[in-house]
Design a binder for this molecule. Structure first.
Ligand SMILES: C[S@@+](CC[C@H](N)C(=O)[O-])C[C@H]1O[C@@H](n2cnc3c(N)ncnc32)[C@H](O)[C@@H]1O
Ligand SMILES: [Zn+2]
Length: 296
């Protein structure tokens, strides 16, 4: 598809949902103008990128996450079933909830990275429910959002800060927050009254084979998520906490993607990282899924 067409397509799509947007500078409502820009009542203007996303940041923030990391994450998604049980579990939670409310739904992924989680989850939910869910992905990293827009043009992609999002209040039925930072005040503001937040945090065994191999410092080898869980319980009405643990069998190419897709390898030597790459390996995925509702 021509890049110019991608920009027009994404602007037309966003136009259908422009009422969800609020200016990140003055918080007034926004409109798509000339299939080119999103403009607020006070004329703060944000242009659609030719790759089909919109940058709504108000200042430049250098991301620690590189294009290579996001590409490796996407390869791991495509080449293996590493994240498949996680996507399926999240989609099941959403399907069950939609089953109760029976209405069209919107899913916002906060810190969506290169977008594969959101796309996979929306596809599963759409295959079960006759009505379409709208997927919106937000990340501070332009590199992540660029890849997301390139590969999954059927969703809305925004570069923005999850602590100051460009959305009106109570616009979303589901807020996903997968292995990313949070801002619970903002999540609460954005959720519909009967919405759900689904947060995924690592448990003690997450990628333990890699952490042990890299001989990371104790706080990195024996990870505890207690503080995160406590803060979640303070901020939301807890619906459920469940642990998802499984082993993925990876071939050499997927192991290469794994070592490039995680911040765990930041700051270790290239030799150490390379010496982890084998013809095959069994890798532990161990996560907590926290599900919450708005506090009443
Ligand atoms: C470990 S990655 C996880 C990405 C994705 N959820 C996944 O699981 O593949 C953490 C993500 O959080 C994003 N992030 C960090 N701070 C952020 C902020 N203030 N606003 C939005 N995104 C942020 C990073 O850019 C990065 O994409
Ligand atoms: Zn404005």
């Amino acid at each position: 598809m021509l890049q110019e067409n991608k920009r027009i397509m994404s602007a037309s799509f966003v136009r259908k949902y422009e009422s969800i947007f609020a200016c990140p500078i003055c918080h007034s409502s926004m409109k798509v103008i000339d299939l080119k820009s999103l403009i607020c009542l006070n004329f703060h203007t944000f242009d659609f990128a030719k790759q089909g996303y919109i940058n709504l940041t108000t200042k430049y923030v250098k991301s620690k996450y590189s294009k290579e990391l996001f590409e490796a994450r996407r390869r791991l998604f495509n080449e293996s079933d590493f994240f498949e049980p996680l996507s399926q579990t999240i989609a099941n939670i959403i399907n069950k909830h939609i089953g109760k409310t029976k209405k069209a739904s919107s899913i916002l992924d906060m810190g969506c990275g290169e977008g594969s989680h959101l796309d996979t989850i929306c596809n599963i939910v759409n295959s079960v429910h006759y009505h379409k869910v709208v997927g919106v992905g937000l990340d501070l990293s332009k590199e992540g959002i660029l890849l997301a827009a390139k590969n999954y043009p059927e969703h809305i992609w925004a570069v923005a800060d999850l602590a100051n999002t460009p959305f009106n209040q109570e616009q979303f039925d589901f807020i996903l927050n997968i292995l990313s930072p949070s801002n619970y005040a903002e999540f609460n503001r954005l959720m519909h009254e009967d919405g759900l937040v689904i947060k995924v945090v690592p448990q003690s065994g997450y990628l333990k084979e890699l952490r042990e191999h890299l001989s990371l410092k104790p706080e990195k080898t024996s990870y505890s998520n207690k503080e995160i869980v406590d803060r979640f319980i303070e901020s939301f009405q807890l619906v459920d906490i469940s642990r998802l643990s499984y082993i993925a069998r990876l071939n050499k190419s997927s192991i290469q993607s794994l070592v490039r897709m995680t911040p765990l390898t930041w700051g270790t030597t290239e030799e150490r990282v390379k010496s982890f790459i084998n013809d095959s390996a069994q890798i532990t995925i161990d996560l907590d899924l926290l599900v919450g509702k708005k506090q009443v």
